[in-house]
Design a binder for this molecule. Structure first.
Ligand SMILES: Nc1ncnc2c1ncn2[C@@H]1O[C@H](COP(=O)(O)OP(=O)(O)OP(=O)(O)O)[C@@H](O)[C@H]1O
Length: 242
């Protein structure tokens, strides 16, 4: 697994939304994309799925079939009449193909993924009846049954309760210990600090990339958040509505 962007510009219909992207990620590393609304976090994730345009530079992206994607749980229609285990089984379709019936190994993989996210007892429940945090865990299970080498997560903790957040963080740590590379976008600097070993600061361009110690400093964050960064009299920095 190798993900490498060198001087990359990204956007839509030929118009740039994010420039100067320089990232390099190896197996088992965890990268957090941090920046205010509209910074380009989703655009960078979408570029790895072929859903935004690479307008310049060089991007080395693993093949689509080894990439897993966890969308924001709000992106899925909660009224769609499917059970939790059916949603997770969708993650096996790529390897199943429409012509091959579901096998015991597929059912076993689904059961294991549900166990990993702590939702075995909800397997037969309707997806739409779960809480936002539980739905997010189901979408994570759907991604991991395909055993991706690179897992992308768009704001995985938005609208997620503390129990679900802890469950998701544990699964993500286990995945990365087993060699899966992770890229996640987040507004939450505490989450980024605790979960990521690399942080990329974005706002229309890449401002910095490095360890949490290198990037989560007042002098690195100030230009990224611009008018949303407030300098306190004692020299500390507060981010207003990050
Ligand atoms: N499908 C699209 N077509 C055209 N422009 C888009 C599209 N999606 C996003 N943009 C633009 O690209 C820029 C970056 O948006 P993006 O959604 O990547 O930011 P973000 O950091 O993920 O923000 P948020 O935290 O609000 O999700 C914005 O100016 C946005 O308007």
């Amino acid at each position: 697994m190798e993900l490498r962007y060198t001087g990359v510009s990204l956007g839509y219909q030929g118009k740039k939304a994010l420039i100067d992207v320089e990232i390099r990620l190896k197996a088992g590393q965890r990268l957090a994309l941090v920046g205010p609304n509209g910074a380009g976090k989703s655009t960078l994730i979408k570029s790895m799925l072929g859903q935004s345009e690479i307008l310049g530079g060089t991007a080395i992206i693993p093949p689509r079939d080894v990439i897993g994607y966890v969308p924001q749980s709000g992106d899925l229609d909660p009224d769609f009449p499917v059970s939790v285990q059916q949603v997770v089984m969708m993650g096996r379709y790529r390897s199943l193909g429409w012509w091959r019936p579901v096998r015991k190994a597929d059912r076993q993989a689904v059961a294991e993924a549900l166990d990993q996210v702590g939702l075995t007892d909800k397997a037969r429940n309707r997806f739409g009846t779960l809480s936002g945090g539980q739905r997010q865990r189901v979408l994570l299970a759907r991604a991991i049954v395909a055993q991706p080498q690179l897992l992308l997560l768009d704001e995985p903790f938005n609208g997620v309760d503390a129990v679900s957040q802890d469950a998701i963080v544990t699964v993500l740590r286990d995945l990365s210990a087993a060699g899966t590379a992770l890229v996640l976008s987040t507004h939450d600097l505490a989450v980024a600090r605790d979960l990521a070993d690399l942080i990329c600061l974005l706002n229309g361009r890449q401002f910095a990339v490095g360890t949490p110690g290198e990037t989560l400093t007042a002098s690195s964050l100030r230009p990224v958040y611009a008018h949303r960064a407030l300098d306190l009299a004692d020299g500390r920095l507060v981010l207003v509505d990050p």
